[in-house]
Design a protein around this ligand. Structure first.
Ligand code: ADP
Ligand code: ZN
Ligand code: ZN
Length: 727
């Protein structure tokens, strides 16, 4: 029996690289294996660690070996240990941070071992004796008791006693008296709180599948019979992809497999969760960032025990401990939120592919606007038509050059006719706040964040100017602090101002709703979307949040206010993102019985991305995009790694970046930089970009260089960060 456990301590320190050997006392030997989470003594502290391997013996002498203090109840399934370590390796992070992604909630880096008790609630159910009592005249019942029993008989699953007063007009005490007569049983049940996903959009219970949906499903079922495959469901907006996901999950479950369903953001796209919960009930576990630690833990355990077989959640759901994984679904696979922002900067779509490959599961990614990467890599299944056969809405590109107002006359006219017909519109402007920046008209002073080299954005409602990078805030200036002038100019427009202008322009003929990070933070996304859905007509104005997969049948107009802001973003993915944004917004329009249309305001109506989007030609766009990427050596024809150094001190940040440049040797690729980035959160930053054909080699070279430089004098007071496959 293995007596040595190799343990990776869950610490955040980059320098500590395990695994470290621990000797298992006899009592632990049967219960510890790969994936066990242990409390271990470590450098005079007690910390948690994950067992990554077992061994018969150690290279260290016996007296140097310590014993674990405790074995935690829940551990990590062995395949997930490998997955966590793989992520650490691929994204140039540490084993501890990779493992923290797969450990049970509450045991990540820096956490202490705490368990949480499940909540319980009492439920009343009618007994057979109760049913006979209702049917016979022999048993004496008051009218209220009879009413309670009738109510319970209509709810064979039971009624929560706390709600019985409202639902069947019976108090808890009255139910207890019926329980005393054995006409009712009351039992305590474990409560699983599922985040309240408001059902937005029209929910059809179980529609008959269209021919395209059935054909897609048959291909997926066939793949499920054969093990691993990488499938891309390319379905136009409104083609009923969710219904295919549901069918695919059903097929997987029939084969005894578990399923992971990944969604970009549950708050923005609640309908996938709602539909899965409606169809699969308790077999769905939800892993949502807004769950309390206790709820998270419960959901995690239900999956690990096999009580739940479908995990639904955002990117981190890719690490869910689903048993016997057979299918991984990635909804809206083009969405940038699949990329994690902090270390490890993993791409959940890549992790999903890896996990599906290792566990012989089928990967099913879906989108109306697939990425060039997945287009090239996956086998495609098409849903070319909307479910109801309605055409995709016509898209007009209107030229804004020479226009002085926020709304093109064509846009104003279209909004007026939406108002006249009592319909709904969605207006997208990818910038929040009132104005992007302020300047003094006498001396030219610009309002800049003291911590970051960016302008402060005016927010009228909060009467402040604020930095969108570090959160720094100031009161709205009335005078220039430099020259005391009172004439301060506001430049550019964001969603807050647009909301105001729309109200003015529409003069009350349409109600205006705003959805952006500001209103979402104040009121909540679901609430804003719920109000918009409940209204008989109106305009929803906001940032790209408004273009996500919403399904409102009465929206007949979509407007993009400033397509150029996304298009001119200095990034090789800018065109792809613009194409997706316009196509996705178009997808919100005309989903019901009435025809929809889309207007895109732009200064460059000839732009490739916009022309293809106007023709609803995703495959045409991706074909050209792939050619362009190949010509310039962009992904998927190369791998990009970005390295950053950051320091309060400009010279240190630069010197560290220079040292990295010298330390890294790239084969099969090239290095650009170090280039200065704008100061952020008080830190001076430099960036190096590596483009390479050999991803593994480049990641290793980068890791070794960072270890070298961070341990040297050049690395003092400098933070290093690495982003592999940046988005
Ligand atoms: P997508 O994700 O492809 O944009 P959805 O899955 O949101 O499309 O489906 C669009 C609408 O069509 C939804 O309201 C859905 O309930 C409905 N729907 C899907 N499949 C069918 C079908 N076979 N018959 C009738 N309605 C369907
Ligand atoms: Zn001034
Ligand atoms: Zn700032």
């Amino acid at each position: 029996m293995s007596a040595i456990a190799k343990v990776e301590p869950l610490t955040t320190a980059r320098a500590l690289r395990g695994p470290f050997d621990y000797r298992l006392p006899e009592a632990m030997q049967g219960s510890v294996g790969v994936g066990s989470v242990l409390l271990v003594p470590f450098a005079r502290r007690k910390i948690l660690g994950v067992v990554t391997a077992m061994a018969e013996s150690s290279d260290l002498p016996d007296e140097k070996l310590a014993e674990p203090l405790k074995v935690l109840d829940s551990g990590v399934p062995a395949p997930l240990v490998d997955l966590g370590l793989w992520v650490a390796e691929q994204y140039c992070s540490t084993p501890a941070r990779g493992l923290a992604l797969v450990t049970p909630p509450g045991t990540g880096t820096g956490a202490s071992a705490k368990s949480s008790k499940p909540k319980t609630a009492f439920y009343a159910t009618i007994t057979d004796a109760g049913k006979s009592a209702l049917a016979s005249d022999e048993v004496r019942l008051t009218d209220l008791q009879r009413q309670a029993l009738v109510g319970l008989a209509a709810n064979p699953e039971g009624i929560a006693t706390a709600k019985a007063e409202n639902s069947i007009g019976s108090s808890i005490a009255a139910l207890r008296r019926l329980e005393g007569r054995e006409l009712v049983v009351i039992d305590a049940r474990e409560q699983r709180r599922v985040p309240t996903a408001t059902a937005i959009g029209n929910l059809v219970e179980r529609p008959e599948l269209t021919a395209d949906q059935s054909a897609a499903l048959a291909q997926i079922a066939d793949a499920l019979d054969h093990g691993h495959e990488d499938l891309l469901l390319h379905g136009v907006t409104g083609s009923g992809k969710t219904e295919v996901y549901l069918g695919a999950a059903e097929a997987a479950i029939e084969r005894g497999s578990g399923v992971i369903v990944m969604v970009p953001e549950i708050a923005l796209t609640p309908q996938v969760l709602t539909r899965f919960s409606a169809r699969f009930k308790d077999r769905v576990a939800v892993l949502h960032s807004q769950l309390s630690p206790g709820e998270r833990h419960d959901e995690w355990l239900r999956l690990q025990r096999g009580e739940a077989t479908i995990a639904v959640g955002p990117r981190s759901a890719v690490f869910a401990p689903v048993k016997n994984l057979g299918l991984v679904i990635v909804d809206e696979e083009h969405d940038a939120s699949y990329k994690q922002d902090g270390d490890p900067r993993y791409d959940a779509r890549e992790v999903a592919l890896r996990r599906a490959f290792v566990e012989r599961a089928v990967l099913l990614s879906g989108s109306a606007t697939p990425r060039a990467e997945s287009w090239q890599r996956s086998r495609r299944i098409k849903l070319p038509l909307r479910v109801d056969g309605s055409p995709l809405p016509p898209v007009s590109l209107v030229d804004m050059s020479g226009q002085r107002t926020a709304l093109h006359p064509q846009t104003s006219a279209a909004l007026a006719s939406v108002a006249a017909r009592g319909e709904k519109a969605i207006v997208l402007l990818n910038r929040r706040g009132w104005s992007n920046y302020l300047t003094c008209q006498s001396c030219g002073r610009a309002w800049i964040c003291p911590n970051c080299d960016v302008t402060l954005v005016l927010h009228m409602q909060r009467s402040e100017v604020s930095c969108h990078h570090c959160g720094h805030r100031e009161r709205v200036p009335e005078h220039c602090p430099d020259c005391d002038s009172a004439s301060i100019a506001r430049h550019g427009a964001g969603t807050e101002r647009l909301e105001h202008e729309l109200r003015d322009a529409l003069g009350g003929s349409l109600e205006v709703f705003r959805l952006d990070a500001d209103t979402a933070g104040r009121e909540g996304v679901a609430s804003v979307l719920g109000r918009f859905e409940a209204a008989t007509s109106g305009v929803l104005v906001g940032t790209q949040m408004v273009a996500k997969g919403h399904d409102f049948p009465d929206v007949t107009l979509g407007v993009v206010i400033d397509a150029d802001s996304t298009l001119n973003f200095p990034d090789f993915r800018a065109e792809e993102r613009t194409f997706a944004l316009v196509a996705q917004l178009a997808g919100r329009s005309g989903r019901g019985s009435r025809e929809g249309k889309v207007i895109v305001q732009t200064a460059s109506p000839d732009a490739r991305a916009l022309r293809f989007a106007a023709n609803h030609d995703a495959s045409g766009f991706v074909h050209e995009e792939l050619q362009r990427r190949e010509a310039f050596g962009y992904p998927p024809f190369s791998h990009i790694i970005k390295l950053q150094t950051a320091s309060l001190d400009h010279t240190r940040a630069q010197a560290a970046a220079d040292a990295l440049m010298r330390a890294i040797e790239v084969h099969d690729g090239r290095m650009i930089g170090p280039a200065p980035l704008f100061k952020r959160k008080g830190l001076e930053r430099f960036q190096i970009e590596i483009k390479s054909l050999d991803r593994g080699g480049a990641v290793t070279a980068v890791r070794e260089a960072i270890e070298l430089v961070s341990a040297s004098a050049a690395g003092r007071e400098v933070k290093f960060s690495v982003d592999v496959d940046p988005q």
